[in-house]
Design a protein around this ligand. Structure first.
Ligand SMILES: Nc1ncnc2c1ncn2[C@@H]1O[C@H](COP(=O)(O)OP(=O)(O)OP(=O)(O)O)[C@@H](O)[C@H]1O
Ligand SMILES: O=P(O)(O)OC[C@H]1O[C@H](OP(=O)(O)OP(=O)(O)O)[C@H](O)[C@@H]1O
Ligand SMILES: [Mg+2]
Length: 302
């Protein structure tokens, strides 16, 4: 098989080489049944179990690699994807990628943060101010929506120090725990974007072999995401307790109910998608559940 044909028939996914999203992205894809033979330079991993290869790159490059057709899919923060999408729109370049699935890790938010001693009265306070950020397109879009004219100072990192250095009056940066802001005497005042890692793909549909591969991967991914926090709950109960028990399982798919020992004794199994805390199990027991058992779910295919 010539390299060109091979490239066209195989699916290529870009993930971060190193950094926050690298390990969870690999773990998630591995949970979908993918495995790879690592190349020595670790920039390209050849898919073994399936014709799905990995390209290990800087996260900022992922949307462009998809736009250029070098990669078919990518795992990247929504913040990066949206920023580059807005930037392309601003410069009149057609939208070339889109978010296909939120992936449930890498949660953070893009927030405006002001010095601790500011009394925040609202966005109008930003008129004429200098705002340091690594997300100029998202910030400009938000400012335009608020009808504010401000000076956007684009930096490539260490944004939190900018107010102290006199480069800006306030900042717009990613916040997770808030520790970095606090350490720099800043406080968050507005959220521009809630972010997490997402699976990104091209704006247009796949064709041929890659369409079938992408469809299979998405199906497996949906199963993996759905089972990630799911548990199978097994218990028995009298028929008369069911009305008290079901409201304690609002996150469960419709439970399977089997009859045991005559008409009144039932065995139930419910797939729960929320946390089955000890408190909840105790509440279920009080409501009449007996022989409660919680089992992990390995995989699921709808
Ligand atoms: N403090 C945080 N907590 C949780 N998620 C975060 C945090 N900071 C960033 N992220 C998310 O993780 C993504 C990757 O962050 P990371 O710091 O690894 O990127 P990077 O330094 O730009 O890496 P690269 O070397 O690939 O360019 C961010 O784009 C964002 O979606
Ligand atoms: O709210 P926190 O939990 O403190 O996280 C927020 C910090 O995390 C990210 O930086 P990172 O640690 O990746 O450093 P970098 O920006 O220099 O890459 C982000 O740019 C913030 O500075
Ligand atoms: Mg980066």
């Amino acid at each position: 098989m010539s390299p060109t044909v091979e490239t066209r028939d195989r699916l290529r996914i870009a993930i971060q080489k190193s950094g926050r999203l690298a390990d969870p992205a690999r773990a998630l894809l591995a949970s979908c049944g993918l495995s790879w033979r690592e190349s020595r330079d670790r920039l390209f991993c050849y898919g073994e179990a399936l014709p799905i290869d990995l390209l290990l790159v800087r996260d900022d490059d992922i949307p462009g690699l998809i736009a250029d057709g070098v990669c078919d899919l990518g795992v990247v923060g929504r913040n990066v994807l949206r920023e580059q999408d807005f930037e392309r729109r601003r410069s009149g370049t057609p939208t070339a990628f889109r978010e296909l699935r939120p992936l449930g890790f890498g949660a953070c938010r893009l927030a405006l943060a002001v010095p601790d001693d500011w009394t925040w009265t609202g966005p109008t306070q930003l008129e004429g101010r200098r705002i340091a950020t690594t997300y100029p397109a998202l910030l400009r879009d938000w400012l335009a929506g608020e009808g504010i004219q401000a000076d956007v100072v684009t930096l490539s990192g260490s944004v939190e120090i900018a107010p102290r250095l006199g480069q800006a009056d306030l900042i717009c940066d990613l916040v997770s725990s808030g520790v970095t802001l606090a350490a720099n005497q800043l406080k968050p005042v507005a959220t521009l974007l809630e972010s997490e890692a997402v699976l990104a793909g091209p704006a247009s549909e796949f064709e041929g072999e890659r369409a079938a591969l992408a469809e299979m991967l998405l199906r497996r991914l949906d199963g993996a995401l759905r089972t990630r926090h799911s548990k199978l709950l097994l218990f028995q109960a009298e028929r008369s307790s069911i009305a008290q028990l079901l409201p304690l399982l609002p996150d469960a798919d419709a439970p399977t109910v089997l009859q045991v020992d005559g008409a009144d004794r039932l065995a139930l199994q419910a797939l729960c998608h929320g946390h089955l805390t000890w408190q909840r199990l105790e509440d279920l027991k009080r409501a009449g559940a007996q022989g409660l058992m919680v089992l992990p779910v390995e995989s699921m295919l709808a």
